[in-house]
Write a protein that binds this ligand. Structure first.
Ligand SMILES: C[S@@+](CC[C@H](N)C(=O)[O-])C[C@H]1O[C@@H](n2cnc3c(N)ncnc32)[C@H](O)[C@@H]1O
Length: 215
């Protein structure tokens, strides 16, 4: 076991104590996600959330797309960097949980810039003609390759895509995985690395984030 694994909780506290504070609205959203949902670990959480905010503030996007809203934590992190007239479209298929993101989006200072749609991402992507400058994909892993193929024509030079969970708890090291989700994540990482139109880096943050830039 590595030093980092042995000291994980302590290191998490250290990291959190030496970075920008989490806005109060996100603290409350995180708490309520753990109280009210059955899979709270799906939330992006503090470290990944701050990464999304900083990247978004650097890019100052006009049009963000998020696939996989869940309770809206990452949506609010990404919204912090939007340009003055920018907007974020966030998609999810889980209507039962929609009351949670809706409540926090309404309270947020970015409420007028957030378009929350209960819609399957594949349907949305096949219909949209929009161009996105920042895309965060954190949903059904089985469809990651299809998402990449549908999103690529919707990017401009300099657009950024972030795919979450691309290390899949280490399962990407399995040479012949049986699980479809593992197969698709491996295929995605291979495709991105080989695609001359992209430059990318897999950040080993949490479960791995593939940070991709369209050339
Ligand atoms: C890991 S959670 C997203 C976490 C969220 N981005 C955050 O940072 O807190 C994955 C979400 O993807 C949604 N999802 C799954 N399949 C989807 C699809 N085909 N289209 C849109 N959303 C989908 C699930 O309902 C779930 O809420």
């Amino acid at each position: 076991m590595s030093f980092f694994e042995e000291n994980c909780a302590e290191m998490d506290r250290y990291l959190e104590n030496h970075a920008s504070a989490e806005p109060d609205i996100l603290k409350r959203l995180r708490r309520e996600t753990f109280q009210k949902t059955t899979q709270p670990h799906m939330i992006s959480g503090y470290q990944q959330g701050r990464l999304l905010t900083i990247l978004s503030k650097i890019i100052q996007p006009e049009n963000i797309l998020e696939i996989g809203t869940f309770t809206g934590y990452a949506t609010l992190c990404l919204a912090e960097g939007l340009s003055k007239d920018g907007k974020i479209t966030t998609l999810d298929v889980n209507g039962e949980l929609a009351y949670l993101p809706e409540k926090y989006f309404a309270e947020s200072e970015f409420s007028h810039q957030i378009d929350f749609k209960l819609q399957d991402a594949k349907v949305f992507l096949k219909e949209t003609a929009e161009v996105f400058d920042l895309v965060f994909i954190d949903a059904d892993k089985e469809n990651y390759v299809e998402y990449l193929n549908l999103i690529k024509p919707r990017l401009k030079s300099g657009s950024i895509i972030l795919f979450d969970n691309v290390l899949w708890y280490g399962k990407v090291l399995d040479e012949n995985p049986k699980q479809l989700s593992t197969q698709k994540i491996k295929e995605l990482n291979d495709l991105v690395a080989q695609d001359e139109d992209f430059e990318n880096l897999i950040l080993p943050l949490r479960d791995g984030v593939n940070l991709i830039r369209k050339k």
